[in-house]
Design a protein around this ligand. Sequence first.
Ligand SMILES: *Cc1c(COP(=O)(O)O)cnc(C)c1O
Length: 361
Amino acid sequence: MINVTKAFLPPKEEFMKHVSEIFDSGILTNHGKKVQELEQKLAIYFGTLYFHYVTNGTVALQLAIECLDLPKEGEIITTPFSYVATTSSILWEKYTPVYADIKADDFTLDPEKIEELITDKTVAIMPVHVFGYNCEIENIQKIADKHNLKVIYDAAHTFGAKYKDKQLATYGDISTLSFHATKLFHTIEGGGIICKNEEFNNKIELMKRFGHTNDNHQILGINAKQDEFNAAMGLTNLNYISQIIEARKKISFLYDEMLSNLVDNRKILRPLKNKDLEYNYAYYPIVFENENILIKALNKLKELDIFPRRYFYPSLNTLPYLKTTQNCPISESISKRIICLPLYVDLEEENIEKICKAIKE
Ligand SMILES: *Cc1c(COP(=O)(O)O)cnc(C)c1O
């Protein structure tokens, strides 16, 4: 069986060496050695002073919203084309998600549509660098500055991607990452927060551990502390990150080659890559002409025991638990026609061929 993704597993001995050190230390959590080491290494990797390693990418988003001192109520303008956590974190924090539509060429938020939706209720903008493709960062920042709004990037897909020679996850007032097992870099479960300044950084530092240092209770916090075993997986995997990205790049290029006819004849659409983006090959999305063809392709692949994923589907503006109906025609149309093809380090060439042959048929 071939799934859309398979968690990267490092050599067991290397992970076990860390585990053995954890056993020797007797310290399992609460900002232990492994967590500290991974936090430092990731801060260097991202080129920031303000990096936090937390329990998952969803709580990272919630903490990001919490730390910005936004008005207690209001609207956050966000994208309908993402994983549900982008929207659920807004709702969980008791804000109202307002959906701007995406651009058909790279599936990121359309800055013009963002600006049209800004009212006196708007408190922030939360775009997603979806599949690792960068948003229009400068244009979004201009709009945010003009209306005095904060920008929170859900950068869950951006590990290793660079925009204008800087890590893509370092843009915005605050950016969040996910290190879930299905992601390009993982710590089994895990997440990251990158703050723009020291003020947000200090607040996250307190908030992620219940809002207190010793007996001094300063602000309302939550438990987003990561434990030593997850950090051990992160430390082990981090040694392989360039190999992981390189392997994914190779596979993506093979797909490019084998699907080039379909792309040239506009039978499938691939996202447009910005010239200033050094891509991380996090996903391999393809968009079909219509949903019927997509379903046929999925059935064909299923016969071969191959399971790509309808990703992202449905468009988040159509979630059943939203209070209002908002239309996002481009996102709704793309969502119905898009799949992500299997992409993981040890996916064999013969299987890539099988997948492409089935899609062509
Ligand atoms: C994976 C993901 C998240 C959530 O991350 P978890 O670590 O699974 O909580 C949030 N946003 C996007 C876009 C994601 O793909």
